[in-house]
Design a protein around this ligand. Structure first.
Ligand code: ZN
Length: 310
């Protein structure tokens, strides 16, 4: 992409779609949608402690926090996996033209996401599976696009895979707090149309192999039925963790939930599971919202974890 690097001296530009990771025989490419640079750490993490900055300044600034130390950097993107058999997308960002009045940064977007997908050599018709870690607003948007006033599946040949408990919860307006029931529109414009088109496969994530080398594990807490995608190929492993963490800060402070986590206790249990998994199995972590390369490894030192971008 013809965009100069915006953040930091280290790592690649967040809008770079050219770098391809390999996990065994599977290639993984990031297709970016948005950069988020206005969240303050106090907002994202209610338990935020400013002394964290002094201790971690070296990796935080300028790649993951701005030079004023007021805002943290995040991003929204899709991971494209190419296996021998399939082209698979993990999560679909916020989408274009969607009415998101409670979240101005995502409201009625006009991003060149599909052009970026093409730059990664993927056309919508080529996509076989869309795996949705969860059904929040920033993960399901490109499931659909506006065609002559109706929301049509963006990927006409794809099977959209998501968890049964997510569907059960977010398809019922009664499950939304009264003051945020407007968010039900996300289900209506981005999830219901793919079900109506007969393209949904609604599953119970159980850790059993779902596609060759790909297993889906339950990591609830951030959302009601979030799932992580575990990839094994050629003796290598990777974990796509959804929003089990929003920023590398949580590798060092796993007890800090984001303001968006819906079940605080369960979110901490799932985060701890993911960190143990990554450290014990030396798996690559493909995040959903980290800045820089968005990819890295977790190691253990004593009873703490350490993050390293790859
Ligand atoms: Zn998210």
């Amino acid at each position: 992409m013809a965009r100069t690097r915006k953040y930091g001296q280290k790592g690649r530009s967040i809008m770079d779609t050219n770098h391809v990771y390999r996990v065994g025989e599977v290639t993984v490419t990031r297709v970016p949608e948005l950069i988020l640079d206005s969240n303050t750490p106090e907002y994202l993490y209610p338990q935020w402690d400013p002394s964290f900055i002094q201790e971690h300044e070296k990796w935080l600034v300028p790649g993951n926090m701005d030079k004023t130390r007021m805002h943290i950097f995040q991003s929204i993107y899709t991971w494209v996996l190419r296996t021998k058999q399939h082209t698979i997308l993990i999560d679909t960002g916020a989408g274009n033209d969607k009415e998101r009045i409670w979240m101005p940064r995502l409201n009625r977007l006009k991003s060149p996401y599909l052009k970026r997908l093409k730059a990664a050599d993927v056309t919508p018709a080529m996509v076989d599976y869309v795996i949705l870690t969860h059904l929040h607003v920033d993960h399901v948007g490109w499931n659909t696009q506006l065609v002559d006033g109706t929301w049509e599946p963006t990927f006409p040949n794809a099977t959209y895979v998501f968890s049964k408990s997510e569907k059960r919860h977010y398809s019922d307006p009664e499950n939304y707090p009264v003051n945020s029931r407007v968010k039900f529109i996300v289900y209506e414009d981005s999830v219901r149309p793919v079900i109506q088109a007969g393209q949904a496969e609604i599953i119970e994530p159980d850790g059993v192999e779902f596609l060759e080398g790909i297993s889906l594990y339950p990591v609830p807490g951030h959302s009601i039925g979030q799932m992580a995608v575990c990839l094994t190929s050629g003796g290598e492993e990777a974990l796509f963790g959804g929003d089990v963490m929003h920023h590398p800060i949580q590798v060092y402070r796993p007890e800090w939930n984001s303001v968006y986590c819906e079940d605080a206790q369960q979110a901490r249990v799932s985060r701890r599971w993911a960190l143990d998994y990554l450290a014990d199995r030396r798996a690559l972590f493909f995040s959903s919202h980290f800045a820089e390369t968005s990819v890295g490894r977790v190691t253990r030192t004593g009873d703490r974890f350490v993050w390293q971008f790859c």
